[in-house]
Design a protein around this ligand. Structure first.
Ligand code: DX5
Ligand code: ZN
Length: 217
């Protein structure tokens, strides 16, 4: 059984409260929130005040993916807003151990994200410190992009590093996830599937969530 984290980037922002409640009751495990700063990625999305509003209407795990060039400056605000997991990009953090420690010091679970073009080997020294590793399966910034097949090698490598060192972080993927690509990721070692358009483009969100959850390793 995979865990499923619908990405609200694909939700209807005209009725965000309704959309959150809808996925809350449709079997979602986490709610994935992509905060983008217009620097690390070309798009701009949600800040901590939006997370604070979401926190008021759901008890689900808020999985905050910070696509920020300087995430250290925002960790306090996101933790205060009610984030359960804060994930920062390896590519944006020259002092990744310090950043991960900052997140943990707030009592929040800490994740590190890797772009498709980065080698998993750069994570070696930080893996024992993190609660979650997010392997991007598209170049981040937008929803609805196509899954990059070669990221399956990255997933397998991270999973192998986890087993070799007997670590227990959660392995998550994000970008272009469908029933088909999700199954390939889970086979390679993934625990959590983030899915935006695959979930939100369907009228009944229970069906896509159920299909992803049913994927077995
Ligand atoms: C990509 C974001 C993803 C995005 C996934 O930059 O980090 O979370 O919402 O969207 P889909 O599932 O539509 O590729
Ligand atoms: Zn994301």
């Amino acid at each position: 059984m995979a865990l499923v984290a619908p990405s609200i980037l694909a939700a209807d922002f005209n009725q965000l409260g309704y959309e959150i409640k809808d996925i809350d009751k449709s079997g979602a495990d986490y709610i994935h929130i992509d905060s983008m700063d217009g620097h690390f990625v070309p798009n701009v999305t949600f800040g901590p005040d939006v997370v604070k509003g979401i926190r008021k209407i759901t008890d689900k795990i808020l999985d905050c993916h910070l696509l920020f060039a300087n995430p250290d400056n925002y960790i306090e605000a996101f933790s205060q807003a009610g984030a359960d997991i804060i994930t920062v990009h390896y590519e944006a953090c020259p002092h990744i151990h310090r950043t991960i420690q900052l997140i943990k010091a707030k009592g929040v679970k800490a994740g590190v994200a890797l772009n498709p073009g980065s080698s998993p080997s750069v994570l070696a020294t930080i893996l024992p410190e993190v609660d979650l590793v997010l392997q991007m399966t598209v170049d981040p910034g937008y929803g609805g992009q196509s899954f990059i097949e070669r990221t399956l090698h990255n997933i397998a490598e991270i999973h192998e590093m986890r087993q070799a060192s007997n670590l227990d972080f959660v392995l998550e993927v994000d970008g272009g996830i469908t029933e088909n690509t999700g199954a390939q990721c889970v086979a390679a070692g993934v625990d959590v599937l983030v899915a935006g358009s695959y979930v939100f483009n369907q009228a009944d969100r229970r069906l896509p969530i159920e299909r992803l959850k049913k994927i077995e390793r």
